[in-house]
Ligand binder design. Structure first.
Ligand code: X2X
Length: 346
């Protein structure tokens, strides 16, 4: 009896004290303070998309599940929108351990792990079932193996970015001829530069953190991204046209610093992996739905859509030697795994 009363009084006192403290700390909710104090392992997790993108919605959910299932021993602290730096900087930080985790496009990762760009080969994937068959199958396993050799951990399930579409400010893209001399932002990655050079465009490598302002100030005329990114990053505010080219599928590898992640006791590590891999599967469904439904919403916001025939775009890449060049760079083993999943490439 006494114990119960004592416990109650302390709990009450704790709450009052906590509230006062929280007010002093700018009104942070009490649970945030307690959680930050209690976690034995804090994993700082960076990504480049806005807080409203399905990637961040599912990551926040996963973070809550991790706190609950590990009884607060592990805290996944998610930083959206490049708050910890642009992709190429954060990749260095994840390698050094200053940041413990991030999601990153395989194409950008390819500056460290060349074969990680292979999913970006132009027009390689016809649809989502083929994407997941390849990335959850042998091709993805091969890429994860190479990532491991570079000292990083890649989680089993890649997250979806989506099929990419080309937006522009000054004129629509209807044929490959419209891409000639087109000033387009591409992410920092040799494959992207090579692809738009093959189209005859003038590509500029810019981290996603700078894309909105590069478009706004007209440093470039256009960019290419899946609709979910165009919508959540509000690129429709600074672009007029959107060509549904589906010229590339891209995903986000979930990467962890090996030392930081393997310092977690085994059972905690397994919990984090299980929760995040399950979150990736849910995020894939969200993005697929969004990419199906967003066109009408974006038209209402003023973006003018067209759906070009992809055949001449693909022919242009073949004619410029794009496929031959990248087949040589990736080598017969990786190229063979890609073709096993998607069929023969030009
Ligand atoms: O930088 C981009 O355009 C983005 C958000 O799609 C990637 O992460 C590759």
């Amino acid at each position: 009896m006494t114990t119960t009363t004592g416990f109650r009084r302390r709990a009450l006192l704790g709450t009052t004290l906590g509230t006062t403290l929280a007010a002093g700390l700018g009104g942070l909710p009490l649970f945030a303070i307690r959680r930050a104090e209690a976690a034995d392992h804090v994993l700082r997790f960076s990504n480049n998309v806005p807080a409203t993108h399905p990637l961040n919605i599912r990551l926040r959910e996963a973070a809550e599940a991790i706190t609950a299932e590990t009884q607060g021993k592990v805290e996944l602290r998610v930083f959206p929108s490049n708050q910890l730096g642009a992709d190429t900087d954060v990749l260095s930080q994840v390698r050094s351990g200053a940041v413990q985790m991030m999601t990153l496009s395989g194409l950008i990762l390819s500056t460290l792990v060349p074969v990680a760009a292979i999913n970006g080969v132009g027009f390689a994937f016809p649809d989502y079932p083929t994407v997941w068959k390849a990335m959850d199958g042998e091709l993805g396993a091969h890429v994860r193996g190479e990532i491991a050799k570079a000292g990083l951990i890649a989680f089993d399930k890649i997250w979806d970015n989506g099929f990419r579409q080309i937006t522009s400010a000054s004129r629509p893209v209807t044929t490959p001829a419209d891409l000639a001399n087109f000033k387009i932002r591409v992410p920092v990655s040799p494959l992207w530069t090579s692809m738009f050079t093959a189209f005859g465009s003038a590509p500029t490598s810019i981290n996603f953190a700078e894309v909105y302002s590069a478009l706004q100030t007209r440093i470039v005329d256009g960019q290419e991204n899946p609709l979910a990114v165009i919508e959540t990053a509000k690129l429709y505010e600074v672009q007029k046209y959107c060509a549904m080219t589906n010229h590339m599928w891209d995903g986000f590898w979930l990467l962890a610093n090996r030392r930081a992640f393997t310092s977690l006791p085994g059972p905690l590590r397994e919990t984090v992996e299980r929760i995040l891999n399950a979150a990736a599967l849910r995020q894939r469904e969200d993005v697929a739905k969004l990419n199906q439904n967003l066109a009408s919403q974006l038209s209402e916001r003023g973006l003018v859509f067209n759906t070009p025939d992809p055949a001449p775009f693909r022919a242009k890449l073949a004619q410029a030697g794009f496929y031959g060049e990248w087949k040589g760079k990736f080598g017969p083993q990786a190229w063979g795994l890609l073709e096993a999943a998607v069929g023969g490439l030009a």
